[in-house]
Write a protein that binds this ligand. Structure first.
Ligand code: WQD
Length: 343
């Protein structure tokens, strides 16, 4: 019987791509998702991609009774990958309590339930936002964590502290926090991809929606930064590469048979920095499209430059990003072309 893995937020952007890679690696994923920021149709798409039935629970994972129900029905669960969280940076500024209630409380609820059901492996979705503007680049895991630029970013930093404090208290959970850089792109099948609600905050979905005529024009936020072309630099990682890193992290925790508790945080990025303008130029080139864009004011809270030192992931997990920026932007556009503009 394959090991069962509970994937919270498994119908979401990164969660769904990780479900595919878990199945490819021989696991049986179980999804819990309240569909507050994802589409139930993703489940059938996952079944088309993998050829396997996917068990899901349309439930809130911030409810201990819901988790106990699942863990009682599936005693073969050996690990959890925790994606479920609100992630809109701007919204977190206007509604901080919603973010603290959901993002932090759900991790505590999950940890308590895992302990009650003797489930010890946890991969946690964290973010490079914990670094703020690093003093040195590429940014290493040992780099000091800075005061987050938003309540969203703060929830990620606090959740890492919860995992570290749990480890120090020898709570019997082995956890790894994956610090994502900028996930972009979509599954090559174009059956799953990013589904931002409303006006996208993130660059690449705004680019593809502009190319599709859903948006009139992209605004590049700031061209006066101290970078090669004046626009911000980020580490854009293909979502499929990011998904594969979660399987590697799970394998790594499973190998820690002789440990009761464990915690470490690992950067999951390509190690390359690309500017906003480079992303726009690359998108136009690989997709043979002319994008309508202009330069505007800087966006409050943006850091100037951040990209990963990804050597720990290579050394510890045996993982490195394999897909290029070009491939990610091609996959993103192919996915966008399958979508219908919401009424
Ligand atoms: C990237 C660059 C913008 C939109 C955030 C979170 C991070 C993670 C990913 C959740 C910046 C510029 C953007 C636009 C633009 N979130 N931009 N015009 O801010 O690096 O990271 O999203 O998991 O935790 O912090 O990503 O895509 O919003 O912005 O010029 O219309 O693109 O200024 O320089 P960011 P982003």
């Amino acid at each position: 019987m394959p090991d069962k893995i509970l994937v919270t937020g498994g119908a979401g952007y990164i969660g769904s791509h990780t479900v595919v890679e878990l199945i490819n690696a021989g696991y049986e994923p179980l999804i819990i998702d309240d569909f507050s920021n994802s589409d139930p149709a993703v489940i059938s798409q996952l079944e088309r991609i993998t050829g396997k039935a996917v068990t899901f629970y349309a439930l809130d994972c911030n409810n201990p009774d819901n988790l106990s129900k699942i863990f009682r029905e599936h005693p073969e669960v050996t690990g959890v990958i925790h994606f479920a969280a609100f992630k809109a940076v701007g919204e977190s500024v206007s509604e901080p309590l919603k973010y603290y209630r959901n993002n932090i409380s759900s991790l505590v609820t999950l940890l308590e339930s895992m302990v009650n059901h003797n489930i010890s492996n946890l991969v946690f979705s964290s973010s490079c936002t914990v670094y703020g503007q690093p003093d040195e680049l590429p940014v290493k895991e040992e780099s000091p964590k800075k005061q987050a630029e938003s309540p969203y970013g703060n929830t990620k930093a606090v959740c890492e502290e919860i995992l570290e404090d749990s480890f120090n208290a020898k709570i019997p959970v082995k956890s790894m926090a994956l610090r994502y850089f900028n996930p972009i792109g979509a599954h090559p099948s174009s059956l799953i991809g990013e589904l931002p609600k409303g006006v996208p905050n993130n660059l690449v979905p705004f680019v593809t929606q502009t190319a599709a005529g859903w948006r009139n024009e992209l605004t590049i936020f700031g061209d006066d930064y101290d970078t090669k072309d004046g626009t911000c630099v980020r580490d854009y990682i293909h979502v499929v590469d990011l998904a594969k890193a979660h399987v590697k992290a799970l394998n790594y925790l499973e190998s820690k048979q002789n440990e009761i508790a464990h915690f470490e945080a690992v950067n999951i990025g390509t190690g390359n920095g690309n500017s906003v303008k480079e992303v726009v130029d690359t998108f136009e080139k690989v997709n043979n499209i002319s994008l309508n864009y202009k330069y505007g004011e800087r966006r409050p809270g943006d850091v100037e430059k951040v990209y990963a030192d990804a050597s720990t992931a290579k050394k510890v997990l045996g993982w490195k990003a394999e897909k290029s920026l070009e491939e990610a932007l091609e996959d993103a556009w192919n996915w966008q072309k399958t979508l219908k503009k919401p009424e």
